[in-house]
Design a protein around this ligand. Structure first.
Ligand code: FAD
Length: 287
């Protein structure tokens, strides 16, 4: 099916894009890679009279390290670019590795990190890892700029903290210490993940684990009991002992998840996958 007719705008600056959105209000939407939006427009699930193509905005295209060491990734960066960027590969190898496995090459070269975050489809990979990394997003709208921790960004399925007239400009990740490793493991029967687990493990003193499960619920979830159990582990515990100590807390976290039976699998099966994938992600982080 073809989309209903719309007027396409091609602003060349962030300011121009915001002005277009202010002029056309709810009748307008932003278009980045279009991998989600065009499908929804063609299916007529969504309908807009004005589509604002933001692909040319220079303010959203960077990957750079700020003076305080924070890594800033422009919202228009595609999964393919993130996977192959030398700075991301050096500073966040676990995130680069994840980006290399998103969907298929057609989606990776067109789909952007801003698009996957703003669309809010729960069956996605990057949000889980970015929550575990304690990332935050920068949003710009008519009333200025604000930052939102990614952990607070997804409010439910297809629902985010972004106001309709705001543009997501960048994703920011604070510098990781030299003793930090991260890994993501996922499983699914289709292109999108049924469940994904991200682990960020810091062996610095004090050691700290950030462990998140995604795709299984409306938004990524922290595996809090496992994180607390990791705080109590003796430093330099061998890898297999780490998992022996965390297995029960991870299973307890998984049992509490309000998962649903759907095309991606039964709820109990998905909760079981959380434990399997948590073990794999943790083992990939351990020296
Ligand atoms: C077949 C298929 C398989 C997929 N498999 C996976 C997978 O395995 N893992 C995974 O993680 N993801 C998967 N995805 C999702 C993919 O990651 C997203 O489709 C892609 O990243 C969306 O980016 P986009 O630039 O194309 O967004 P668009 O389609 O352009 O936009 C999506 C939505 O976000 C809004 N938007 C986009 N950018 C901004 C911005 N900067 N500011 C404000 N609003 C914005 C748009 O208005 C629109 O509502 C899959 C998608 C498809 C189609």
């Amino acid at each position: 099916m073809r989309p209903a007719r719309f007027i396409l705008h091609r602003p060349t600056s962030l300011q121009e894009a915001l002005e277009l959105k202010a002029r056309h209000g709810p009748a307008a939407t932003f278009h980045a890679g279009g991998t989600e939006l065009l499908v929804a427009l063609k299916a007529r699930v969504l309908r807009y009279e004005h589509v604002i193509d933001i692909k040319q905005l220079p303010e959203l295209r960077h990957i750079r390290v700020r003076s305080d060491g924070t890594l800033s990734i422009g919202a228009l960066c595609t999964h393919h670019r993130i996977a192959n960027d030398p700075v991301v590969r050096e500073l966040l190898p676990g995130y680069a590795e994840l980006s290399e496995q998103v969907a298929n090459i057609r989606v990776r070269v067109a789909g952007t990190i801003g698009g996957v975050l703003c669309f809010g489809e729960p069956h996605a990979d990057a949000p889980t890892m970015l929550c575990a990394l304690d990332a935050w997003v920068v949003l710009v709208g008519p009333s200025g700029e604000r930052e939102v921790p990614l952990r607070d960004f997804h409010l439910g399925e297809f629902s985010t903290a972004r106001e309709d007239d705001e543009i997501l400009v960048s994703i920011e990740v604070a510098p990781q210490s030299s003793g930090t490793r991260s890994a993501y493991r996922c499983f699914g029967h289709a292109e999108r993940p049924a469940v994904g687990v991200a682990a960020v493990w810091s062996t610095d003193n004090p050691q700290r684990l950030s462990l998140w499960a995604g795709a299984i619920a409306a938004a990524p979830l922290r595996l809090a009991q496992a994180e607390e159990a990791a705080d109590r582990l003796a430093p330099d515990l061998p890898g297999d002992s780490v998992w022996q100590n965390l297995r029960d807390p991870v299973a307890a976290d998984a049992a509490r998840i309000d998962a649903h039976d759907d095309l991606h699998g039964g709820a109990d099966y998905k909760r079981h996958l959380v434990s399997v994938l948590a073990q794999r992600a943790l083992e990939a982080c351990l020296p």
